[in-house]
Write a protein that binds this ligand. Structure first.
Ligand code: DQA
Length: 144
């Protein structure tokens, strides 16, 4: 199984960005932890990050025929990007939405995810473990 872990805006600043909310682990450290977990599940994993909406959409399009699924933290785009929602629907690949923080316990505008209806599921609130749980979900639902 080949999975892309795709991160959106400001997630490259993990570790320095609001550590009280997002933790002290850097983006690279989080990716390394995900890669290690992927190896234990025999999942091939690649990583990408873009701060722009178009960059994320281009990357999602390029997943067709290459990956079996995507773990996506779309950052703030989660809450309002119909273009990313449409891209997820268009590629017809399972996408699991993840968030480090529990978006439902934060500001009102974060309670809405416009991508959730076109995602396989949503995992939020477990810090970097949210990504690991998404890989577990892919591993345990393979072929379903
Ligand atoms: C986030 C939550 C979003 O509301 C926020 O804009 C982010 C990160 C998370 O991982 O908790 O950039 O997706």
């Amino acid at each position: 199984m080949k999975i892309l872990v795709l991160n959106g805006p400001n997630l490259n600043l993990l570790g320095m960005r609001e550590p009280g909310v997002y933790g002290f682990d850097s983006y690279d450290a989080v990716c390394e932890r995900i890669a290690e977990h992927a190896r234990s599940l025999h999942i091939d994993v690649d990583f990408d990050q873009s701060n722009s909406e178009g960059g994320l959409i281009d990357r999602l399009h390029a997943c067709m025929g290459v990956y079996d699924g995507v773990v996506l933290n779309a950052g703030a785009y989660t809450h309002y990007s119909y273009a990313i929602r449409d891209a997820i629907a268009a590629i017809r690949l399972p996408v699991i939405e993840v968030h480090l923080s529990n978006i439902h316990a934060r500001e009102e505008f974060r309670h809405t995810s416009v991508i959730a209806p076109v995602c396989r599921g949503q995992i939020a609130g477990f810090g970097p473990v949210s990504y690991l749980l998404a890989l577990d979900a892919f591993a345990q639902t393979a072929g379903q």
